[in-house]
Design a protein around this ligand. Sequence first.
Ligand SMILES: Cc1ncc(COP(=O)(O)O)c(C=O)c1O
Length: 367
Amino acid sequence: MKIAFVDLQRQNRRYRKAFSHVFNQTLKDSIFVEGKPVERFERQFADFCGKKYCVGLNSGTDAILFALLAYGISPGDEVITAPNSYFSPAMMISQIGAVPIFVDINPKSGNLDVSKIEKAITKNTKAIMPVHLCGQSADMDPIVKLAQKYRLSIIEDACQAHGARYKNKILPYTETGTFSFYPGKNLGSFGDAGAIVTDSKKIRDSALKLRNDGSTKKYIHTQFGYKSRLDTFQAAILSAKIPLLSQWNKNRRQAALLYNNLLSGIKQVKTPIEMPYVYHIYHLYMITCENRDGLQKYLESYGISTVIHYPIPIHLQKPYRKRGYKPGMYPVTEKRSKAILSLPMFPEITKKEIQFVYKTIASFYAV
Ligand SMILES: Cc1ncc(COP(=O)(O)O)c(C=O)c1O
């Protein structure tokens, strides 16, 4: 049996009619940049997140960049974030000349260890950027408390957490969050796309200018900006998908539950821990396991695709090594990076497929 890590073809076959309609409508209208579909999606996604504004952009990476700029993060400022994420949050902090200050993760949640944040705060700290990894919210209340105490901004990287909740409130929990609509995300477009979602008009206005060459009125440029608009077609596709998102998240949760039940009998495997304060939307179903590389190869030989998120912690990537980061600095992250494995997870994955993944894992460990 061949099991893709994320089977987008299955979803696209199922909704082919609806998606073809969006494509045909875009051809008919022949408006490819800006226009009504972008406004419509921005309204829908802001409402979905319970926020006032959404600004569509061409990636989650740009959403992070623009959020940092909109909050006035400048060269030399320090931004606290986790070292076990995708590269983008740290990269964009560094790109603007600010400094990512890594804080190790909680071994249970895999998100920022909130008990270690205060020690990392200096007079240069301007913001905290928690990453809601795998679709599970970071522990936000302690972060909010620290941000209030030290007058710091919070920018939530919710690129993996569309529809996830913290204490029953949909993310972003605080004023502003960034999202990616990369095709494999829980809400994914047909190319690169992203957005900032915020309750602040100031942040929204700033992002609107930044995405459009420093302009909100044609040919009038009031500042330098970037070219990072959400394509009209992507917006229309995302609009068609948004009504399906909550059910897709439920399907993922059901799949995770089945994986948990089956895998709980294998002592070499630890299933993901759902923290008591979250509604986890399982963008990734990430186990930790013994002999991870052996298991990954074994699964591959049976047609089961898996991915490691992420094999090299951010501080050990070349650009940060050059800045003096060394192995041993974030031991929880480093230990975890050697044991994690993300199993196939998508809303349409079947019971049979999950059972096959389980049986193959069990046979690897000779259970
Ligand atoms: C946690 C996180 N942050 C940021 C990004 C960047 O998003 P994009 O690929 O849309 O630029 C991703 C994408 O995978 C991500 O997972």
